[in-house]
Write a protein that binds this ligand. Structure first.
Ligand code: SF4
Length: 376
C-alpha cells in the first residue's frame, strides 16, 4: 500500500530479509554488524505501548544484542561524514557556480525520482553516498582489516524506517567486487517482528550503548531523521560563528517545522545561500517545476520523499497522523542532549579520515549513479 506512494520502483510487495538475517546470526562463520537509522529510535517504542516520540535507542541496542548481532552501530555516525562531504561539495559548487542547486542524496526514493522524471537535473544530485551506504562501505572495509584475526565473513545489516532503502542497498553502484556494502535492510516494523519472534519483552530491556570503534555520533547526525535536519547539520558545519547562540539561531531560520516546503537564507561570508527544504513527493515535484520555470532560485535543496522526512517512512509503525510532531520532537531532544552537536567535532571523524578513509574517500564515500534499476 504505502510503499507504492513513495517507492519509485512501484514495488508493492516489499522484500523481507528476516530469514536471511536469522541465518547469518546463527552461522558461526559470520560476524553480523548492524546499523540503526536515527528515525527508528523515536518510532519503535510505539509498537510496545510507549508514547510516540520516546527515544528507545538504548533499549533497542540491548534488544539487538539479545537477538545475537555481533556489532551494533548508529547510522548517525556516518551522517556526520555525509555532512562533512556534502558541506565541502556545496562550498566547491558555490565557488565554481556549477550544478546548483545542490540536491541532497540521502533519500533513495528522491534520487530515483530525479533520475527517472527529471534526468536533466541528475548532475545536481550530490555525489555523497547516503549515511547508510557510507557506513556499509566503512564496515566492509574495516572487516577486511580484522579478517585475519577474526576469520569470519562480515555481514552488514541496516535497520531503516524505509522500504526504498532495500532497493538502494541492492543497486549495482553499491556493490564492490559483486558484494553489496549493505547485505540486508530490515524495516522498523520487521525489527518489531524479530523481537517478537525471539520472545523479547521490550519493556524489560535495560538500555545499552553502541559499540566501538564507531560508537560516537553528534546531534547533527541524529536530526537527519527529520525534514530540515540535513540542512541544519550542513549549516552548522559551514557557519563561521561557532558560538552556542549562532547554533540556536539556525533553528529559527525557518528550516524546522513540518510545512511541506520551507525556505531559508543563510549568510556565509559575502554570500547569501538560499535553501529549500521539501518533503513529500508532491511538494518536491512542485519545487522542481518552479525551478524549471525559473520562478525560484536556490543553492541547496534538501528533499525527502516521505512526509516529515524519514520519521514518516513507509517502514515505520503505522500511525494515523504518523506522529510527526512527537517523533521529530524526540530527535530534536536527542540533539539538544548531545554533548557533541556539530559533525566536525565528532572525535572519531578526523581519525577516520587519517586512518581507514585515507586515499579512499572517493571510493567509500562517493558514488556516481548509473540509470536507476527497476528491480527490487
Ligand atoms: Fe526512505 Fe522516506 Fe527517508 Fe526517503 S524520506 S530515505 S523514502 S524513509
Amino acid at each position: 500500500g504505502q510503499c507504492a506512494a513513495v517507492c519509485p520502483t512501484g514495488a508493492i510487495s516489499v522484500k523481507d530479509d528476516r530469514a536471511a538475517v536469522w541465518e547469518a546470526i546463527y552461522d558461526d562463520n559470520k560476524r553480523v554488524a548492524v546499523q540503526v537509522a536515527p528515525a527508528v529510535r523515536v518510532a519503535l517504542g510505539e509498537e510496545f505501548g510507549l508514547p510516540p516520540g520516546e527515544n528507545v535507542m538504548g533499549e533497542m541496542v540491548a534488544g539487538l544484542r539479545k537477538l545475537g548481532f555481533d556489532e551494533i552501530y548508529d547510522t548517525s555516525v556516518c551522517a556526520d561524514l555525509t555532512v562533512m562531504e556534502e558541506a565541502a561539495e556545496l562550498r566547491k559548487r558555490l565557488s565554481s557556480d556549477e550544478n546548483l542547486p545542490l540536491f541532497t542524496s540521502c533519500c533513495p526514493a528522491w534520487v530515483n525520482y530525479v533520475q527517472t522524471k527529471y534526468p536533466e537535473y541528475k548532475h545536481n544530485i550530490s555525489s555523497c553516498k547516503s549515511p547508510m551506504q557510507m557506513f556499509g562501505a566503512i564496515l566492509k572495509e574495516h572487516a577486511e582489516s580484522i579478517k585475519k584475526v577474526d576469520g569470519r565473513e562480515m555481514i552488514s545489516v541496516a535497520i531503516m524506517p524505509c522500504t526504498a532503502k532495500k532497493q538502494e542497498s541492492a543497486r549495482e553502484e553499491f556493490k564492490r567486487d559483486g558484494v553489496p556494502d549493505v547485505d540486508y535492510v530490515i524495516t522498523t516494523q520487521e525489527l518489531v517482528l524479530m523481537f517478537k519472534e525471539a520472545g523479547i519483552v521490550f519493556s524489560q530491556l535495560e538500555p545499552e550503548a553502541t559499540d566501538v570503534p564507531f560508537g560516537i555520533s553528534s546531534g547533527a547526525g541524529i536530526i537527519f531523521g527529520v525534514t530540515g535536519g540535513v540542512s541544519e547539520a550542513v549549516i552548522r558545519r559551514l557557519m563561521e560563528d561557532k558560538s552556542r547562540e549562532a547554533m540556536m539561531d539556525i533553528s529559527y531560520t525557518g528550516i524546522r517545522g513540518i510545512e511541506g516546503a520551507k525556505e531559508a537564507e543563510i549568510t556565509l561570508g559575502e554570500k547569501t545561500i538560499r535553501i529549500a527544504v521539501v518533503h513529500g513527493l508532491k511538494n518536491v515535484d512542485d519545487v522542481i517545476k518552479k525551478i524549471k520555470a525559473g520562478t525560484v532560485q536556490y543553492d541547496f535543496i534538501e528533499a525527502m520523499a516521505c512526509p516529515g522526512g524519514c520519521i514518516g517512512g513507509a517502514g515505520q509503525p503505522y500511525a494515523l497522523q504518523r506522529n510527526t510532531r512527537e517523533r521529530s520532537g524526540g530527535l530534536y531532544k536527542a540533539d539538544k542532549l548531545s554533548q557533541i552537536r556539530r559533525s566536525e567535532e565528532n572525535p572519531i571523524i578526523m581519525p577516520l579520515y587519517s586512518g581507514l578513509l585515507k586515499n579512499k574517500v572517493h571510493e567509500l564515500l562517493h558514488v556516481e549513479y548509473n540509470q536507476p534499476s527497476n528491480e527490487g
